[in-house]
Write a protein of this length. Structure first.
Length: 198
């Protein structure tokens, strides 16, 4: 288990994936005030959820709503910026919290690990998923619950094993860079991208 948890390399939607690059493109377009480019990137991101959803209904709906609003008026740039900012902040915080959980489990600090779980549960309540959980992916929900159950019963080894299983779900999300977004190298994606999978 990596010391930094599953997010040590910061992957987003899988390293170099089309979703990660579309998400980054939205931010860049918004920063430069290019609404048309932001709309296009949103459309591509929206399409990727429709084609490969994988338990991301809440985010897909939010992306769809923002993309629809963006096509109606330039004034909706602020709503796109707001959605982008909220999603980015949620995933940044979740990445940091899960990484901290991994570090505390690795060091055997069960008291801090229990606090990390509570922090993640609280984050989930204010996050983008209808379930109110920090993860929308069913496997991750199961692994997250297993970590909590193991810690409650004092089973540190069981909690570490459950975390390793959770960590593996993020590694499975990694995909090779897509050809139509060839500018982003996989090494750059691994060092600076944000993991925004459900």
């Amino acid at each position: 288990m990596g010391q930094g948890g599953p997010f040590a390399n910061g992957d987003a939607f899988g390293a170099g994936s089309a979703r990660e690059q579309d998400f980054t493109a939205i931010g860049q377009a918004l920063q430069s005030g290019n609404l048309s480019a932001a709309q296009q990137a949103f459309a591509e991101l929206q399409s990727s959820f429709k084609n490969g959803g994988g338990g991301n209904d809440s985010i897909a709906s939010a992306v769809s709503a923002a993309a629809s609003a963006a096509t109606q008026t330039a004034a909706s740039t602020s709503s796109i910026q707001s959605l982008y900012g909220q999603l980015k902040n949620f995933y940044q915080q979740r990445n940091a919290d899960v990484s901290q959980l991994g570090q505390d489990l690795t060091s055997g600090n069960t008291a801090s690990a229990v606090q990390d779980l509570a922090t993640l549960q609280s984050l989930g309540q204010s996050g983008p998923f209808k379930s109110g959980n920090p993860f929308d992916n069913k496997q991750r929900e199961t692994d997250f619950a297993a970590i909590g159950q193991a810690l409650q019963s004092g089973d540190l080894a069981g909690a570490q094993q459950a975390f390793a299983t959770l960590e593996a779900t993020f590694q499975k999300q990694q995909t090779p860079p897509s050809t139509h977004h060839s500018q982003a190298s996989s090494s750059a994606g691994q060092s600076s991208a944000l993991d925004t999978t459900a």
